[in-house]
Design a binder for this molecule. Structure first.
Ligand code: RFL
Length: 406
């Protein structure tokens, strides 16, 4: 699990203005923004560099987030290599219905696998901007967050020694199961929503079967198709929560995908080897506020949104832009406004995306509950997107996150 850090054995200074816990999209973006402004920081990551550069996850980035990365000099390879998508397709009643969101919003979805983005962000942070980062650290703990001298301690994977690093701020970017969430005080309000369904998340070594995302609404359950690269496609299959992935052998998976994504006017799916197969128990949560003393949460550490609308990494990037800019404004110019408004500003987009995910979940899953009333309202909701220009524009705006204010 661990591997040599870029500077194994080299001493780590015992004080940094900012310690960033977690080297995912959120933590690495914060680190890059700080380094670009000449602010020193230390990023601590429990996994190895090789591991985080390969971990498959998200793939769809909204255009405003791509532009945010571009403005901060972090989108070089993405802009060259990512595919831009303008449409998605709903499949139901044995037909495919195209929905052109670019026409309605002027924005694209960019398909760029999360491991590529993480690889770019690590390289820029550690190799180009000279940021300090330690991989494979153990037993990370946060201290004195309510004081103006917080600290983070961890065990070095090489020496086995404990290090204590003092700082002015801790950026808690270590995801859903990290040390930041474990350090939350009792006053943290954690709201949770369980969808009561599971998704079998699959990564197939198979070319995409369409040039866009497909959503299959079928009485047997939802199925999704998300192109990732010319040879790689992510698929989802609705299943009971807690289902065992081993109960989904290759043939059963492809039979279910072919059935649920079938449309008489479209060719069958292109099949391939399944590289990843895991069951997600679909749930969301939001931590409020996102700031506790000197701990500023960002990304999945602060809020989880099930991958229904492909929103999680986009929210993580939004937090990271706001937090990075706010820390620079405070540390370099003494301006506290960004930090003061950080939690409230982030949470407005967070709650908007949480609500949209719930709304979209009913479209995906409403026809498969065996409840004819729910199936009827779900189909009415779907038809409305294709018959009402106002409903179509509202859907496109939420799907692409293009509202001018949240
Ligand atoms: P991450 O990516 O989880 O990174 C957190 C990092 O912290 C490390 N860590 C620790 N480090 C130090 N000390 C500790 N105690 C630590 N504990 C953990 C972890 O090893 C890790 O490197 O959080 P971040 O940066 O907030 O980013 C969030 C996104 O990763 C997440 O929201 C997305 O992957 C969600 N998501 C999607 N989001 C999108 O916007 N578009 C998509 O298309 C999309 N597809 C997906 C997804 C999530 C999925 N899964 C796995 C639930 C598809 C899937 C299947």
């Amino acid at each position: 699990m661990t591997s040599p850090s870029p500077h194994p054995g080299s001493p780590v200074p015992s004080r940094f203005p900012v310690v960033v816990v977690g080297a995912g999209p959120a933590g690495l973006t914060v680190g890059n923004i700080l380094r670009a402004a000449g602010v020193d920081c230390l990023v601590l990551e429990t996994e190895s560099r090789e591991f985080i550069e390969r971990r498959p996850r998200a793939g769809v980035i909204e255009e405003w987030a791509v532009r945010g990365l571009e403005r901060r000099g972090l989108a070089g390879r993405l802009l060259e290599e990512a595919e831009r998508q303008s449409e998605c397709e709903f499949r139901f009643d044995d037909r495919g219905y195209r929905f052109g969101y670019h026409e309605l919003t002027g924005h694209h979805h960019w398909v760029y696998p999360q491991p590529l983005l993480v690889t770019d962000l690590v390289r820029e942070y550690a190799d180009v901007r000279g940021g300090e980062i330690r991989f494979g650290v153990r037993d990370v703990r946060l201290h004195d967050l309510d004081s103006d001298r917080p600290a983070v301690s961890y065990t070095d994977p090489y020496s086995g020694e404990r290090h204590l690093v003092h700082c002015d701020f801790v950026a808690g970017c270590d995801g859903a199961r990290g040390a930041s969430r474990a350090a939350l005080p009792d006053r943290a309000l954690i709201s949770r929503h369980d969808y009561g369904i599971g998704w079998l998340a699959l990564l197939a070594e198979a070319p995409p079967s369409a040039d866009c995302v497909l959503f299959g609404m079928h009485p047997e359950g939802f199925a999704g198709h998300m192109p990732r690269s010319p040879g790689l496609t992510r698929y989802y299959l609705q299943c009971p929560p807690g289902d065992d992935p081993d109960d989904w052998p290759h043939d059963r998976v492809w039979a279910a995908l072919q059935q649920r994504l079938r449309a008489a006017d479209r060719p069958p799916l292109k099949e391939g080897r399944l590289l990843e197969k895991r069951v997600l128990d679909m749930h969301n949560y939001v931590v409020e506020p996102m700031v506790f003393g000197r701990l500023f949460l960002a990304g999945d550490a602060a809020h989880l949104v099930a991958p229904i609308a492909a929103k999680g990494m986009n929210l993580a990037l939004n937090d990271a832009f706001l937090l990075g800019d706010a820390l620079v404004a405070y540390l370099a110019e003494g301006d506290p406004a960004g930090l003061d408004g950080y939690s409230e500003t982030c949470l407005r987009r967070v709650w908007d995306y949480e609500e949209f995910s719930e709304w979209l979940s009913e479209i995906y899953h409403g026809t498969s509950h065996g409840d004819p009333y729910r199936a009827g309202t779900t189909l009415a909701r779907l038809r409305r997107i294709f018959t009402s220009p106002a409903a179509a524009a509202a859907f496109a705006q939420q799907y692409l996150g293009t509202a001018t204010a949240f």
